[in-house]
Design a binder for this molecule. Structure first.
Ligand code: SF4
Length: 417
């Protein structure tokens, strides 16, 4: 269930129906202002809307005011164990404080932070991680880690409400993906506050991205979650931002720049599509428009397979076709496919619409038809998928289809269709 309440971190709304916000965390020593600013600039370029910095020491808190001044996006201070650092971070102008009320040294110290945050209108993120549950919940944790996480979060919520502080979002995180999903589902039913989603210590770029896509994706698809941080074991925080955006784009929750779709390739491929896809992906980084661009390894399936794409190419050994909206634009030599694709994209964006040269389009269509005819009997991955889809739509998906060689009907008293 989407959160009812909304908070503002700086000027960025979170929850209450606002678009899901992408955030990340710097990996530099915060007191090293230049290194931290360099990383903030990189994550902003990648699309971060909020950035968190670790504040474990006094010198980090002192560096905060300059970082806050120079950062183009709101800066969140990440505090553990020491409530005086939270107070200093608020004084330094942090747009939000991340605090685990369970490790800050008791209600009195949390109250001091809440008082100052209330005075300054600074929101907080309060949260629990599976590794740091309060002692009195350890037995429950043995029985049900999910219930223990939710209980801890609800206790913190009640604690903050008891301190007259309600300007917060909540995070509940675990390294275990199913537990994170279940715990956030339960929590979203119990509290109206915005939820920050993440998978703790998700892992490397590869495995961490997948775990995050599965865990955050399952929740976001249900409308749960108001801001996300993808945690990856890499210094390059901008990669976390890119992955977060891909998750939101895949779910069509946010638009940001182009979407690249590409076939998986198969034995029909006759040109170096891996290089072509890499080049297309790299060149698309220069575009801000939310266009969908398709790269197909061949035209056996026709270009209608990618008719939802705004632009695309389908290649073959020597020639290929550039298309737009499922219709051929022109036939071109394979080595010029990428350049021509971008030429057509640029032209169309400049004009505001795709214009077809009827002669060139007809040549392209003719080339596609030729390839389709030559390969009419090929069972391509796309054709199999389409046949399965059509069968499912007709309600035939559960039918067992026996092969004649396994179970001949010839010479028997029945036929099989
Ligand atoms: S048949 Fe499909 S998967 Fe194989 S190369 Fe052609 S478009 Fe790609």
């Amino acid at each position: 269930m989407a959160s009812k309440r909304q908070i503002f971190v700086g000027s960025v709304p979170i929850g209450g129906g606002a678009p899901v916000v992408v955030q990340t965390m710097t990996k530099t020593e915060t007191a090293n202002v230049e290194a931290t600013m360099d990383q903030i600039d990189k994550v902003v370029e990648a699309g971060a809307e909020l950035v968190r910095v670790a504040v474990p020491r006094d010198q980090d808190a002192r560096a905060l005011s300059e970082i806050v001044d120079r950062s183009p996006i709101p800066v969140i201070a990440d505090i553990h164990f020491n409530h005086t650092l939270a107070l200093k971070a608020i004084e330094a102008g942090a747009a939000s404080i991340r605090l685990n009320p369970g490790n800050i040294g008791g209600r009195e110290k949390v109250a001091q932070v809440a008082d100052l945050a209330n005075q300054r209108g600074v929101p907080m993120r309060i949260g629990v991680n599976s590794g740091s549950l309060p002692k009195h919940l350890h037995d429950l944790e043995m029985e049900s880690p999910v219930e223990a996480l939710v209980e801890a979060a609800v206790e913190f919520v009640r604690l903050m409400e008891g301190l007259d502080f309600t300007n917060f979002k909540v995070s509940i995180k675990s390294t275990n993906v199913p537990d994170t999903i279940q715990a956030n589902r339960m929590l979203s039913e119990k509290i109206p506050y915005p939820l920050h989603l993440g998978i703790t210590e998700a892992g490397t770029r590869w495995s961490g991205s997948l775990k995050s896509a599965v865990g955050l994706g399952a929740l976001l698809a249900d409308g749960i979650g108001d801001t996300i941080r993808v945690s990856l074991s890499t210094f390059h925080a901008e990669d976390e931002v890119k992955v977060a955006w891909e998750i939101l784009k895949a779910l069509q929750l946010r638009e940001k720049g182009p979407v690249l779709i590409a076939c998986p390739t198969c034995g029909r491929l006759q040109f170096d599509m891996d290089t072509v896809v890499a080049e297309v992906e790299q060149r698309l980084e220069d575009y801000e428009e939310a266009i969908e661009v398709a790269v197909l390894g061949c035209a056996v399936n026709g270009i209608g397979e990618a008719k939802h794409a705004d632009f695309g190419i389908a290649g073959a050994k020597d020639e290929g076709v550039v298309f737009a909206g499922g219709r051929a634009l022109k036939k071109v030599p394979t080595e010029r496919l990428v350049d021509e694709l971008f030429h057509q994209i640029d032209l169309s964006l400049e004009r505001g619409s795709v214009e077809y040269d009827e002669t060139e389009a007809a040549e392209g269509e003719e080339w596609v038809r030729k390839i389709e005819t030559e390969n009419a009997d090929d069972l391509t991955p796309e054709k199999i998928a389409r046949m399965e889809r059509e069968a499912a739509e007709k309600g035939e998906s559960d039918r067992v289809l026996l092969d004649e060689s396994d179970s001949p009907t010839d010479g028997r008293r029945f036929t099989r269709t």
